[in-house]
Design a protein around this ligand. Structure first.
Ligand code: NAX
Ligand code: K
Length: 476
């Protein structure tokens, strides 16, 4: 797992680490690591033009010291100081000693690389006007955009951007990955995140949230054992789609079948369509109770929101089985929250932003906090879909998904996610981790399918076995 941390947690660890070190050591480690990443990105230093955007705090200090390292290697380094009288004095002296110079915004028009050291974890509110003008000039220029620690303008804790942010292609972050680099608007602004180890590890507390790696997911993908049968491998029940629109039932059932379990049962009005598409599924057009034994239910995609749908949902939620509540079922729960609030078995709600707003009020800029708020309100697990899907459990545990592609923003992909999640809820991980595993697998399937061009939801189902096989082979 990759731990995600808040600015306050990182500052606390920094204080503890500094207690045993000479002043300035952590900044030297940060700047050395930063310069190494820049060298890797540039391929060489000699003759390369680097422009530093330098604010008045230690974030600017990091940029200045890294600039000094690059200048020693032969780069032409220009520091644009936002507040010349408050720039990090030692950092500026080091840069000038190394042959760097100070200059104006015009240097950005010829930059090969721009280092954003305007503001880091000490930032508050949106970027100020002088900083915004510099960021615009950097974007207009040809240089590779690299943020120091956090893209300026991004909240390190939440990923919120109040106004504008430095749109980095790479972010070199120190000591620990900040939550705001991987979620919400911050994810887009951060680009590829590089973590530089500055020795904070032993001093970091339990993380604010976590990201699964491929290896974390692989442990839940063991092939069947010799003693397994179709029941022991998990039985998923699916209620999705309608007679007129069977598509959601077909996608959801197919995803559950392809994801893992030994057996998928379908109950609902799309029975004919599902049977035709997936002869492997056990299909009934009757009520959930007529489907036979299942270990987890997926209910909602394309099922409608009329009284018949409501009564089927109520029947499923009255069981003591884990349930994934998706799409139309979320609309029904928003109208009658007690359906879920009274449950003791695991319940995973999978809203997108509009569905979330109907259930819990607007998501707002802090997506992890929003998911936690929803989970606490109904005593369940919330999987909040988005560019970076967030999962929060009722006890506050949270995951931010690390996989996916913007190609997943197409009809029916949510139905596939619901089916995959149902499969992982039948055994193995607890609800929140199962949801995080499903989001991870779904994102990897999206990436794999997108290699062939724009994807449609059915492509995800088709690539699921290959996705799982690849993940099973993952060791890091
Ligand atoms: N905490 C740590 O463990 C370490 C921190 N280091 C660096 O130190 C940084 C934190 O340094 P500081 O605490 O000095 O804070 P920052 O340098 O992040 O920002 C503080 C300065 O930015 C200005 N500022 C605040 N909000 C602004 C806004 N919206 N627009 C423009 N300017 C704004 C403030 O006036 C203040 O002068 C980290 O991000 C990292 O780059 C590293 O040197 C090494 C270790
Ligand atoms: K920055």
């Amino acid at each position: 797992m990759t731990g995600l941390f808040t600015a306050a947690q990182v500052r606390g660890a920094e204080r503890a680490a500094m207690a045993g070190l000479r002043p300035g050591v952590l900044m030297q480690r940060a700047a050395t690591g930063l310069a190494a990443v820049c060298l890797g990105l540039l391929g060489r230093a000699h003759g390369v033009r680097v422009v530093l955007l330098v604010g008045s705090g230690d974030n600017g200090g990091d940029a200045l010291f890294a600039g000094a390292v690059l200048a020693v290697r032969g780069a032409q380094v220009t520091a644009v100081l936002l507040a010349p009288d408050r720039a990090h004095a030692d950092g500026l002296a080091a840069l000038l000693r190394a042959g760097g110079r100070t200059g104006g915004a015009e240097s950005l028009a010829r930059a090969d690389l721009v280092l954003d050291g305007i503001v880091g974890i000490g930032g508050t509110g949106g970027l100020r006007d002088d900083a915004v003008a510099l960021v615009h000039a950097a974007v207009a220029g040809p240089g590779l955009l690299v943020a120091v620690d956090v893209p300026s303008g991004v909240s390190a804790d939440t990923g919120e951007v109040a106004g504008e942010a430095f749109p980095a292609q790479h972010t070199v972050t120190f000591g620990a990955v900040k939550t705001g680099l991987v979620v919400g608007a911050g994810r887009g602004a951060a680009g590829t995140v590089h973590l530089v180890d500055i020795g904070l590890g032993p001093h970091l507390p339990a993380p604010d949230a976590e990201q699964l790696t491929d290896a974390d997911v692989a442990v839940h993908l063991d092939p069947p054992g010799a003693g397994d049968d179709k029941y022991s491998r998990g039985v998923v029940g699916v209620i999705a789609g309608s007679a007129t629109y069977p598509g959601a039932g077909v996608l959801c059932t197919g995803a559950a079948l392809r994801a893992r379990p030994g057996l998928v049962r379908y109950a609902g009005t799309a029975a004919e369509g599902v049977k035709a598409a997936w002869p492997e599924a056990l299909v009934t057009s009757g009520r959930p109770g007529a489907a036979g034994r299942v270990q987890a239910w997926v209910v909602g995609p394309g099922m409608g929101t009329d009284e018949a749908a409501r009564s089927v949902l109520a029947e499923v939620l009255a069981t003591d089985l884990p349930v994934v509540v998706d799409a139309d079922a979320l609309t029904l729960v928003a109208a009658q929250p007690g359906l879920v609030g009274d449950r003791t078995a695991p319940t995973v709600l999978t809203p997108h932003d509009r569905e979330f707003a109907r259930l819990f009020g607007e998501v707002g800029g802090d997506r992890v906090a929003a998911a936690r708020r929803g989970a606490a309100a109904l005593g369940c697990t919330v999987l909040l879909k988005g560019d970076a899907t967030v999962v929060a459990d009722r006890d506050g545990a949270a995951f931010v998904n690390a996989t996916g592609t913007s190609w997943l923003a197409t009809a029916g992909t949510g139905d596939v996610l619901a089916g995959v999640l149902g499969a992982f809820l039948t055994g193995g991980p607890a609800a929140a981790e199962a949801a995080a595993v499903a989001a991870h697998v779904h994102g990897r399937a999206g990436q794999l399918a997108a290699e062939q061009g724009p994807l449609i939801a059915g492509d995800l189902v088709r690539v699921l076995p290959r996705t799982l096989a690849r993940l099973r082979g993952a060791d890091g």
